[in-house]
Design a protein around this ligand. Structure first.
Ligand SMILES: Cc1cc2nc3c(=O)[nH]c(=O)nc-3n(C[C@H](O)[C@H](O)[C@H](O)COP(=O)(O)O)c2cc1C
Length: 125
């Protein structure tokens, strides 16, 4: 069984996972401060500040990073070099592979790539 954990503030990542739900019967759970994982899974979050990881995501990772297999982040290309860097920063700090980065709530192509990468185990390099 595939587990997806996500963080979302303004709804873009939530829209992405809602479309994912229409395509795959995966377990999808929004993170919160009380969540302690028992199932390994994939994290999707967003980028905030000036190229920063949301504090809520960091709190989640401090408790649960050993259960996280890959990280994906949303961003906005208006932020230039800081586009979707939350995943890059998490990857470095917690030694996790980046699955992908997408803009806002993602396109159909992004969604398909996300599914293909997970189903094909295309990450970790
Ligand atoms: C205050 C603020 C700061 C942001 N900073 C960045 C940034 O540094 N890099 C980036 O790519 N996107 C940045 N964004 C865009 C968000 O990452 C993007 O809109 C994302 O899709 C939000 O996900 P959510 O709607 O699930 O919360 C920022 C958005 C806000 C509101």
């Amino acid at each position: 069984m595939t587990w997806i954990y996500y963080d979302s503030k303004t709804g873009n990542v939530e829209r992405f996972v809602n479309r994912l739900k229409e395509h795959r019967n995966w377990n999808i759970q929004k993170i919160d401060d009380s969540l302690q994982l028992i199932h390994p899974g994939h994290l999707i979050t967003y980028t905030t500040g000036i190229g920063e990881v949301p504090a809520s995501t960091l709190r989640f990772l401090e408790v649960n990073s050993s259960f996280i297999e890959t990280v994906t982040s949303s961003g906005n290309r208006n932020w230039g070099a800081n586009f979707a860097v939350a995943a890059t920063k998490i990857s470095q700090e917690f030694k996790l592979p980046v699955l992908m980065q997408f803009e806002l709530s993602g396109t159909m192509t992004d969604l398909q790539k996300f599914i293909d990468n997970i189903e094909g185990n295309i990450y970790g390099n």
